[in-house]
Structures are given as C-alpha cells and as structure tokens.
Write a protein that binds this ligand. Sequence first.
Ligand SMILES: [Zn+2]
Length: 126
Amino acid sequence: MKKIRGIYVELVDAFNEAARSVYPEEFLSMIREDDGIISEMVLIPGTVYGDSHSFLSDWMAPVDFSLVGTVHSHPGNSNEPSEDDLQYFSNYGGVHIITCIPFDRGSWKAYNSKGETLDLELFTDS
Ligand SMILES: [Zn+2]
C-alpha cells in the first residue's frame, strides 16, 4: 500500500455530511486514495448502517487496491476507537477514520492498524 500523506477536505465534509444524515445510526464507508491522498468514499452495496462491524468482517480481501481503509461515525462525542474498532483496525490494516458529534472538520481522527493516531495533511481538490 502507498504511504498515505493526506486527505481532501471535501471528503471530510462529505463523510461528516453522510454521518449527520444517518445519525443516530453509525455511518460506514470504505475509503480510496489517489496518489497518497484519501480522495473518495466507496459505498459497498448492501452496507447496513448501524451494523458496521459485522459488515466489516465480511470484507475479506479488497479487489481494489486503491481502497485503503474505512471511515465510520460515532453517534456520540468520542472519536476514540472502541475495543471492537481496535480489533477490526488490526485485522484489516490501512487507515481508519472515526468522526463524531458535531460532525465537523474538527471532530474526526485517523488511526493506523495499531490504533495510533495518524496526522493527515488536509488538501483541497480545486
Ligand atoms: Zn467505532
């Protein structure tokens, strides 16, 4: 996998928007990178909101190698990974983003497969 160096701020807005729209359910999506920058959400058909962890256990091997991880929302005030989150981070590797209330540009954090915080630089698409 390519080294991930950043994320597009438009994507941050998009996943927060999505998280807000399914609240109080959890939002979950795969994320894709382009040239080391996380650029896109990839919604998997059949994703059941609010049942993210069981969905993830069905995702065995991504066929698309530009998929680098996941983003999901917490319907609370903590963007810290839960025990379950830490378990699937370590199973799947990659980059995992958690956003929480109030679902804005300051409410998300990115983690590596060990659950350590990653510093992602913000890029703009334009
Ligand atoms: Zn979680």
